[in-house]
Design a protein around this ligand. Sequence first.
Ligand SMILES: [Fe+2]
Length: 375
Amino acid sequence: MFDIIYQLYHKGDFVRRIKTVNLKPDMVVARTIIDSDSRVLLSSGMCLNEQYISRLSELGIASIFIKDGLLDDEVLVNDIVSEQTRAETVKVIKTSFAKLEKSSNFNVQAVKNVVNNILDELLNNSNILVHLTDIRSFDDYTFGHSVNVCVLSIITALSLGYSEPKLKELGVGALLHDIGKTKIDKEILNKPGDLTPEEFNEIQRHTEYGFNILREYMEISLLSAHIAFQHHERWDGNGYPRGLGGLDIHQYARIVAVADVYDALLADRPYRPAYNVNQALNILTRMAGSYLDFDCVMSLKSNVAIYPIGSFVQLTTGDICIVIDVNKNNPARPKLRIVLDKNKKRIANPREIDLSRLKTIMITRPIHEDEVPFN
Ligand SMILES: [Fe+2]
């Protein structure tokens, strides 16, 4: 069953991420879209029509991968964690939240199992960089975000030399870091306008609520529970709930704070569009040592592809390229395929270059997808 649902990539296809607002009928879906109940919304290979496009925007799906006919080639956008594991994790976290909202117990073993699956995949993929190319709807922001925070936290901790038991403890706490939100009135949580000071206070209390939920479970370590408690504390002491600073904040919570901020920057939010990876990493760097723990920021950064596969960049020559591979030892100088000339005209026979070997050519800027005409 899963083999069919999660068969996402077709070798030889050129996939490209397009915002839902820019989708047109007859574009072909390149990557199967699954909702958090593991239902297929659109299958790879399907042709879009007006109805599908409006359904996508109704569901709040910000962007999807489509095939781009002219550049039929092998650019595979593989994420560090499989789509299957990601979808299963979203489902487990969604179910856990729903149980807690009804004041019943959630299945701790199911949470531990999905964290183990994520960890196994990360240990097998330890030499590849994070591309975070997932697609999520606004409705599911909390769940998709929880999974990303878990993945990013584990990767960061791997670079810090964590042992497997500690990685599991961290993973569970990272996945459940916002579980206290289940105790907050939905009207406050989803309020579109400005919050009153009382409402703001109440939202901040998700940290204490989360800690109190998790410490009730014997099977969950108290240190995992402290991640829920401390993930909004700040290195400079200006966080909440207790205003702890520096090394008084447990390192698990310092790692999760970095992952939490980074993933939030990469998401389209109702009040602002997503930052690109380069912008998000720059913002994170500015926060290192003040808002966030410097070492944790550096460890996360060392694992992130500055120029994710499938994104576009412009070179000092004016040419526009698509990133086709990254050099982990030199992430700022990826492998590229030149696809547009400086007048943004498609090149008939695209040439590939490896920036780690061509020292004289530089990337001037990332190019937004809207700037690259669709064929
Ligand atoms: Fe939070």
